[in-house]
Design a protein around this ligand. Sequence first.
Ligand code: NAD
Length: 489
Amino acid sequence: MDIKKQYINGQWVDAISGNTREIINPYNQEVIAVVAEGDEQDSEKAIAAAREAFDHGEWPHTSATERAKIVNKIADLIERDQEELAKLESLDTGKTLEESRWDMEDIAGVFRYYAELADKDGGQIINSPIPNSISKVVKEPVGVCGQITPWNYPLLQASWKLAPALVTGNTLIIKPSEITPLTHIKIFELIEEAGVPKGVANLVLGPGNTVGAVLSNHKDVDLISFTGGIETGKTIMQAASHNMKKIALELGGKNPNVIFADADLEVAIDQALNAVFFHAGQICSAGTRIIVEESIHNTLVDALTERVKKIKLGNGFDETTQMGPLISQEHLNKVEKYVEKGIEEGATVAVGGRRPEDAELQNGFFYLPTILTNCTTDMSVVQDEAFGPVITVEKFETEEEAMKLANDSIYGLSGGVWTKDIAKAERCVAKMRMGTVWINDFNIYFPHAPWGGYKQSGIGRELGVMGLEEYQETKHVFQNLKPETINWF
Ligand code: NAD
């Protein structure tokens, strides 16, 4: 197998150490690629290239309109190679091909959205209180950006970082999760083809504790944008403090899905499944905590259980598959432990709660879609992000109690509320401490709306105008049109 390379300073390169890593398909553990395994040395080299391109290159000074043309071209190329990208993503993550196809559409849309936004804000003239002066506010790129992405939505998460960083004139080094680098490698072929100058965008492959740590620590990196788990986020935040980097952290979620008795139950039940079981529950915004009004608890659980029993697990490339495997053996063990601990703590398994027994699934990291009832907020399976196909169900009697349960979490990424009573929905929204709240829907996001967390779910926002502004510094320029001496001293 050819070794897939890193992209540093406009060249495709092996790791300086010569090290490589095998990438495996989580459906059957077959080796699907061998990639360069970079480390501290490769990171240093990429940072030096990005620094040079920012400090002495043209890119930060190119007009936003010119940069937008290139970013638009990347969107064209993603659309051209959409099927190839989708297949790579499914091979690498195990998710169904249909899901990966949606991801690729979204990803092209993100590049397109930021290309269109790039030259719309030309700064601002301030009404200066000083006579004979001009006061203006301009936006400038932050500089060299380190970007670190997770394994669950590899290219989607990368697009939220690459597109705004590029259109605003930054230079960057991105590091994918070491276990899912394939679509990052492919998109760098497209970035090169679109004409991004050398040194502007760099790809380093390798683990978090080497490549990631250098990016977060390095004095020549001005901003670190990270998507991943809370504990890693804390480590990165500390490392970033050494040179006071700007930080953008998109962390985990344990998202409540609050269902009132007056909801349209048929829709709420259907969407409660989508809210969790896409990509086997490995979604930061998965609605894993169902909080349901007591009077409809049994109806809801029975209906969900019947539907869950029919979810077909399998190879993401088989059109009849509805749910693929988890990402790795380690992750499968983690999800399994959370369910076991939940049961020990008093939860009841309504459905699932174990690995499947089908012969076809034994080589993959599969876990059955699971519903746990009799759950309470003190259980670790309710509090921690298990990050698998596991729903916990809690009951409430009053609106106040529902909101207390919804907010009883260190996370604050997203949540949903289902009711036909719009005033009640708005009261709930005002109380829910989360970056995104859906009314009568779940897991909807698009490039135009900001995405990010309250509480320990993160700092800053991606997507929308705010996602662009993360990559910009604000400069106030004051010009005296009639300079005069003051003679104070
Ligand atoms: P993770 O924190 O283990 O790893 C994420 C990335 O950080 C990987 O590239 C990893 O190599 C790197 N990393 C690990 N240790 C590092 C270190 N010490 N310094 C620098 N980088 C380091 O997370 P994961 O398991 O890959 O992803 C799952 C997590 O991501 C979940 O918590 C999920 O909720 C979260 N996530 C959040 C969002 C969001 O938008 N908020 C989106 C997707 C995933």
